[in-house]
Design a protein around this ligand. Structure first.
Ligand SMILES: [Mn+2]
Length: 298
């Protein structure tokens, strides 16, 4: 029985939302925290990403000044408890993610997975591809992540998009780092790359409509936060110079949401740093913006 004698602090949900706006049953969006960190190769700590995003989101203004909407009040945003990624084999954890994503989509929800490392994306995409056979994937990332395997592991973060393009076509935006092996493999892979060097200084109207045109009707969105320039987003494990800024990324997502149906998303690779709150807030606001663009533009 619930005590009624005091006002409880709300649970650690995204946005610090009241219970009536964060019930699973009534929410169209569901935050799915996945603190996976198994194959990280450089700086560690991305397991703390989901917690930092949710903590920042609880101090975020929930009125969207661009869309003139209180997004959460219109759609409801539920937050699942983080999935236990520390116990069991990587295969078991990936299978649980896949099953959960499939269940969320079957319930008609819009899942936003919070990473954690980029290895979470393939099992989520495979769930979305089961529901939406014409699915394509829009990836914003510094890294192509197209290695056949990395350090002997085909489920590595560095192979995430290789697994994805085995399932469905991809459009990769802001890419500026790949290996010779990936470069050689590119012509045979189902992917279109928008190199950071070609778009970072180009007018938005020169490239965003082309990205939209390359996507199918149903789109899975994966944002590796290192797609942003490290000046805006220093808190990642493998930062690369020469990335995109806030308005480039959000305008791209807005235009895709207008012309296509984004059916699920993930935001991955935040590596929270002591004293750097800006990165956590950027990630939190990006998640909220994605929901605004997907649900509140018409
Ligand atoms: Mn990356």
């Amino acid at each position: 029985m619930l005590l009624k004698t005091y006002t409880p602090v709300t649970l650690e949900n995204f946005g610090g939302l009241p219970e009536e706006n964060s019930r699973y049953k009534d929410s169209r969006a569901v935050i799915f925290p996945i603190p996976l960190e198994r194959t990280t190769t450089y700086e560690h700590g991305t397991r703390n990403g989901p917690g930092a995003i949710i903590a920042a989101s609880r101090n975020m203004e929930t009125w969207d000044e661009e869309l003139n909407v209180e997004t959460f009040a219109k759609i409801g945003i539920a937050t699942l408890p983080p999935i236990d990624t520390a116990e069991g084999t990587l295969e078991k954890v990936l299978a649980e993610m896949h099953t959960t994503e499939l269940a969320l989509l079957s319930d008609g929800k819009f899942p936003v997975a919070l990473g954690g490392e980029h290895s979470i994306t393939p099992p989520l995409v495979s769930a979305a591809a089961k529901k939406f056979p014409d699915l394509s994937v829009l990836q914003i990332d510094a890294h192509a992540d197209l290695r056949e395997a990395y350090q002997g592991n085909p489920a590595s973060h560095a192979s995430a998009m290789r697994r994805v393009v085995e399932m469905c076509p991809a459009v990769q935006v802001a890419i500026r780092s790949l290996s010779i092996e990936e470069s050689d493999a590119l012509p045979g892979l189902r992917t279109k790359i928008y190199w950071a060097r070609d778009i970072a200084r180009a007018p938005l109207e020169k490239w965003i409509p082309r990205v939209v045109a390359d996507l199918s009707q149903h789109v899975y969105l994966t944002v590796d936060l290192d797609g942003f320039d490290p000046a805006y987003m220093p808190a990642t494990g493998t930062p690369e110079p020469g990335g995109l800024d806030w308005y480039q990324v959000t305008t791209l997502i807005r235009e895709v949401a207008k012309a296509r149906k984004i059916v699920a998303a993930d935001v991955v690779e935040l590596l929270p740093q002591h004293g750097d709150h800006a990165s956590d807030f950027l990630a939190a606001k990006l998640v909220y913006k994605i929901l605004g663009y997907v649900f509140c533009m018409s």
